[in-house]
Design a binder for this molecule. Structure first.
Ligand code: ZN
Length: 322
């Protein structure tokens, strides 16, 4: 019997997932609860504790856990262990690491943003594996991301580095909820793809599905307004990716999240647009690929980040990320 497992939490606006993750990224136990996102902070924390209790209920496995990683919707502040997820109003400057620490006793706890967690997973076992310099992105309800630089996860001082969703790519563009204008997220997130299609005359089918997935189906069927909305999203993503490549010389951009499920409806215009924006010799070879870790990226990545950043004695990053 080894002490070799990492407990992982993936905390978002709709669900709180937990897992016990083995040294090869395998998930040995998992559970999830809906996030009571409209309740007060203590109620949300009670749901987190319930997930931890579910994990600990398998005593022989729980005894093997050596640390705990948390990937949380942001903003987070990994330096202080505090989170203020936009979609969980009851948590503002909420001391998540301290609260989780009370629940798990002596286990070291590592917090990162959900974009950084996804990046850790893709770098460890997914589409950025073996890449020394990569930008990994989640394009769904929002747009998040993280960076691998020089072969290592680069979370930045507060755990938010690579947050490409709030790079401005349209100087005089629409106001973004973050306070800026013309952000990548304001153009390329799923709700914004759907909003723009509706504003330009696209109408959902009789089933009433007005999500970005429905817009993608319409685009695939040849609807020009639906295609144009994805084209615009692709250009925003390409401009953000090209800017990142020029700044830090990434070789790969990995794109996951629900909107990436549109497949070539998104990736074909994205690759075309990238050739418009990524023009300098050192960024021209940049590749754009779909993410591979799917819905478990947050959990596996939280475990990988805990391994990489735990200050505990004997802590070692996963072999593939050093
Ligand atoms: Zn913004």
């Amino acid at each position: 019997m080894h002490n070799d497992l990492v407990a992982a939490l993936d905390i978002g606006g709709t669900k709180i997932a937990g897992a016990l993750v083995g040294g090869g990224g395998e998930i040995l136990r998992r559970c999830r609860r809906p996030t009571p996102a409209r309740e007060d902070g203590a109620t949300v924390m009670a749901a987190v504790r319930a997930v931890l209790d579910d994990l600990a209920a398998d005593a022989p496995l729980w005894e093997r856990v050596i640390r705990l990683g948390i990937g949380s919707a942001g903003p987070v502040d990994a330096s202080t262990g505090v989170v203020s997820p936009v979609n969980v109003p009851g948590w503002r400057d909420f001391p998540l690491v301290d609260e989780v620490g009370l629940a798990v006793g002596a286990l070291p706890v590592v917090l990162v943003g959900d974009g950084v967690a996804m990046t850790a997973a893709e770098h460890w076992l997914g589409a950025a594996r073996g890449r020394a310099n990569a930008l990994c992105m989640v394009v769904s309800t929002g747009v998040g991301g993280g960076l691998v630089l020089g072969g290592r996860l680069h979370p930045g001082p507060t755990g938010n580095a690579g947050h490409i969703g709030h790079i401005s790519v349209d100087l005089d563009g629409d106001p973004c909820p973050c306070g800026s204008r013309g952000c990548v997220e304001r153009i390329a997130s799923g709700p914004n793809i759907a909003r723009r299609a509706l504003e330009n005359g696209w109408r959902p089918g009789p089933e009433g599905d007005a999500t970005a997935a429905a817009v993608a189906r319409a685009a695939r069927a040849g609807d020009p307004v639906a295609s144009a909305s994805f084209e615009r999203a692709a250009r925003a993503l390409a401009a953000g990716i090209a800017a990142t490549a020029a700044l830090v010389e990434i070789e790969t951009a990995v794109i996951g999240g629900g909107v990436a499920g549109a497949g070539e409806v998104l990736f074909a215009p994205l690759r075309r647009a990238l050739s418009d924006y990524a023009t300098l010799s050192f960024v021209r070879g940049l590749e754009v690929v779909p993410a591979r870790m799917g819905a478990d990226a947050g959990l596996v990545g939280a475990a990988a980040a805990a391994q990489a950043f735990s200050g505990a004695v004997g802590a070692r990053p996963p072999a593939s990320s050093v």
